[in-house]
Design a protein around this ligand. Structure first.
Ligand SMILES: Nc1ncnc2c1ncn2[C@@H]1O[C@H](COP(=O)(O)OP(=O)(O)OP(=O)(O)O)[C@@H](O)[C@H]1O
Length: 743
């Protein structure tokens, strides 16, 4: 199939860029189709075939990562997502679904290195068969494997409760609630692959978006879908949802809480209204030959008209300007002694006035073009504007929003998106004209005599300021880059560049962390509300995060969402989960930790903080990936202490970029927010008490930290444990250095 597709691609490309426009576009479409088919055929190499079904009636079927037929259309391999493959995941001895046997195949390259059978129809079994039955071997072998720093697909070992989530209906909102390690992430990814297979046409056109908590996490999961042959899915954080911006900086919890609060929607709306100004005093315009006055009545009338148009701010500006210019033109006619004028004359005068500099400046003051960036920075920078727009917040809350310039944060992105909704797009033509105008102003300033230059430049800058052009020009450059849509731009790429894109399906991971304002952005991206939301309310660490799924979803789909639960922990062994469960009980005794599926015999241990670098070294010696989860305040200090001692240590500063090496390094030192969703062979948690007290949801953070390990867990501290934690953690056997036993 690879060879055939390759030669089809070659043939199409060989036809060259000739012919009519339509010919060429057809050629591009075919080339795109063959190229992605080829990519898919190469992507499924690892574990191509992993299962066999022995049917009572139909004989043998092989299950694999994609479907294959031979030249006679005989089925060679069945795609795991096809309905006939379902018994591979769902059949049990009680409900064998027509199977006598299910076989798991382990392969290395093209060689079968192991088989593992589940015999489902006991009547056909001999006694010896029954005695050697070990259906869980494949799963347990997969779970015990050393971690590589990248998530792997689980097609060969999907469990029945997970399969139900994966194959759930596309429409509506599905919430998948499950404790740590229950496979929420990996299941969500397989669901994306399943939905693309089952609803290929609809979803390829509209695209699928997967949202994760941070860039390291996206890196961690980015290979799963390609390994299942699906390459055109957009992975993103909320910080990247506003096109042209990657916000990774994190806000202090108290600021994040305010910026994520639903009251901010109203604040933004008022901030925009506050920029549609009616000054107390009339505005005088000196046009040389005569002077005009913009009085309050004219302004109110123009503003009312613009508001009644119900268009967003930037588009309503045209209504405002036209109304005001008409009034000014009538005034000018009077001044020029023309008396009553007809419509044509009025239009001429209006257009004449439109080009007068004092008029332009006044209009820009009264109803400026605004970009979301300019609006927000203008708001944060001015206590007066904040007092006005944010009167629903307390003075303390307003003070927390104050900021001069600075980097965009993750919490700003939903506010920028909200502002973009209220402001509306700036017309392309206006953008181009204003960019041109600004360039002319700058050029004129440069040409001006030396002594005038200063003043001219200041003026040009003022024009830029007033119209918000300094970032409008940025915006235009960006728009231009995005317009270069070549024929090979994939759906995901086009969607990423378009703020108004409506996705076919959106999957939200670690969904409990998102603020109310972030949910508004996400919901705008899926008007059909076809969504999968996965998370664990007990793990909520963000101050702006969710307390219940009802609270999150009621504003959008009250009573119209369904929930599935995942109950088995595939990551954390029993011994480690016992400790985590005790911490969970301190958050709320009613919360239940998921049951672990395996034990390793390695008990969690405790040691003094001073031994940390030594212990890390010894853990590295045991092999696999090691993580040290630290309180944010100690990241620098402990990161350095460990780096000095252990080669190849990666310290993950908050707001890491996609290029981070944390996943590839033998040791990662990181805060809880960056450890969310990840897993490591061995985890050491430093100063648990400080983690628990560093934010209002600190105990949940500690629970997250304690559930990241697949094999071994240690706790190091020098501060005494608080009463709350001592019951959960103080009984751990102590360790100074050297390997743990039991593994
Ligand atoms: N059916 C399965 N077969 C093999 N491995 C599995 C299976 N289900 C889950 N796993 C493994 O268990 C680990 C935990 O899965 P995952 O990260 O998806 O859990 P999670 O519920 O998202 O956890 P958390 O909430 O802690 O982030 C992963 O290594 C995953 O590959």
């Amino acid at each position: 199939m690879r060879e055939r597709t390759q030669s089809q691609l070659k043939e199409v490309l060989g036809a060259g860029a000739v012919g009519t426009l339509q010919n060429r576009s057809e050629r591009d479409t075919f080339a795109g189709m063959y190229a992605s088919r080829l990519a898919r055929l190469w992507a499924v190499e690892r574990g191509l075939v992993f299962g066999r079904l022995d049917h009572v009636d139909e004989g043998r079927l092989y299950i694999g990562k994609l479907g294959l037929t031979d030249d006679e259309q005989e089925r060679l391999l069945i795609d795991w997502r096809a309905p006939v493959a379902q018994p591979f995941y769902r059949a049990t001895p009680a409900a064998p679904m027509g199977l006598t046997r299910r076989r798991h195949l382990q392969t290395k390259g093209r060689v079968v290195v192991g088989v593992d059978d589940d015999l489902l129809d006991f009547d056909t079994l001999t006694d010896e068969d029954r005695a050697t039955l070990n259906g869980e071997a494949a799963l347990l072998a997969a779970l015990d494997e050393r971690r590589t720093g990248r998530m792997r697909d689980i097609v060969a070992t999907i469990q029945a409760e997970q399969d139900r989530v994966i194959r759930a209906d596309l429409n509506g909102v599905l919430v998948v609630q499950g404790g740590p390690g229950t496979g929420k992430t990996v299941v969500a990814l397989h669901r994306a692959a399943y939905l693309l297979y089952t609803h290929r046409e609809r979803l390829e056109r509209r695209g699928v978006l997967i949202l994760g908590p941070n860039l390291t996490f996206l890196r961690y999961i980015e290979q799963v879908l390609p390994s299942l042959g699906e390459t055109d899915v957009l992975l993103s954080t909320v910080g990247e949802l506003y096109p042209g911006l990657t916000a990774t900086a994190r806000e202090r919890p108290e600021v994040a809480a305010i910026k994520g609060d639903i009251r901010m929607a109203e604040v933004i709306e008022r901030a925009v209204r506050d920029r549609q100004r009616v000054p107390r005093k009339p505005v005088e315009l000196n046009l040389g030959r005569y002077a005009l006055t913009i009085d309050r009545n004219m302004l109110e009338a123009a503003k009312n008209k613009a508001t009644r148009s119900r268009r967003p701010h930037n588009q309503a500006r045209a209504v405002f300007v036209r109304s005001l210019l008409n009034a000014l033109a009538r005034q000018a006619a009077k001044k020029l002694g023309k008396g009553l004028i007809d419509d044509d004359e009025l239009a001429d005068l209006r257009e004449e006035l439109r080009t007068e500099q004092p008029v332009k400046t006044a209009l820009n003051r009264l109803w400026p073009y605004l970009t979301p960036q300019r609006l927000l920075l203008g708001l944060y920078a001015s206590p007066e504007r904040l007092d006005h727009a944010a009167s629903t917040l307390t003075p303390e809350e307003r003070a927390l929003l104050r900021r001069d310039g600075g980097e965009w944060t993750e919490s700003d992105v939903p506010l920028l998106d909200e502002a973009a909704e209220v402001l509306g797009e700036i017309d392309e033509q206006v953008l181009r004209a204003s960019a041109l105008q600004a360039e002319e102003e700058m050029a004129a300033a440069r040409q001006a005599a030396e002594h005038e230059r200063e003043a001219e430049l200041a003026y040009a800058r003022e024009v830029l300021e007033l119209t918000g052009l300094s970032d409008v020009m940025e915006a235009e450059r960006l728009a231009e880059r995005q317009r270069g849509e070549g024929p090979y731009l994939t759906t995901a790429e086009r969607a990423a560049a378009d703020r108004a894109w409506a996705y076919g399906h959106v999957i939200v991971d670690e969904a409990q962390e998102l603020s109310s304002m972030a949910w508004r952005v996400i919901m705008r991206r899926v008007p059909t509300r076809s969504m999968t939301i996965v998370g664990d309310i007990a793990q909520t660490g963000s101050a702006a995060g969710a307390r219940s799924w009802n609270q999150v979803l009621d504003p959008y789909v009250a009573g119209r969402w369904r929930q599935e639960r995942l109950t088995v922990n595939y990551r954390t062994p029993v011994e480690l989960m016992a400790v985590a469960a005790r911490v969970l009980a301190t958050i709320d005794p009613a919360l239940e930790a998921p049951a672990s599926v395996r034990d390793t015999g390695a008990e969690p241990w405790s040691a003094p903080l001073s031994a940390l670098p030594e212990l890390v070294k010894s853990e590295v010696g045991e092999g696999g990936k090691v993580a040290v989860v630290v309180p944010d305040a100690l990241l620098g200090e402990l990161g350095k202490a460990i780096s000095d001692m252990v080669e190849g240590t990666a310290v993950v500063s908050s707001g890491a970029t996609r290029g981070t090496t944390a996943l590839d390094a033998p040791v990662a030192v990181l805060g809880v927010a960056d450890a969310k969703g990840l897993e490591f062979d061995s985890v050491i948690v430093a100063e648990p008490d400080l983690i628990a007290s560093q934010s209002p949801r600190g105990l949940s953070d500690l629970y997250v930290a304690l559930t990241r390990a697949t094999q071994r867990l240690g706790v190091v501290h020098e501060r005494p444990l608080s009463a709350l934690l001592s019951e959960a953690l103080s009984g751990l056997p102590s360790r100074t250095s050297g390997p743990t036993n039991g593994h």
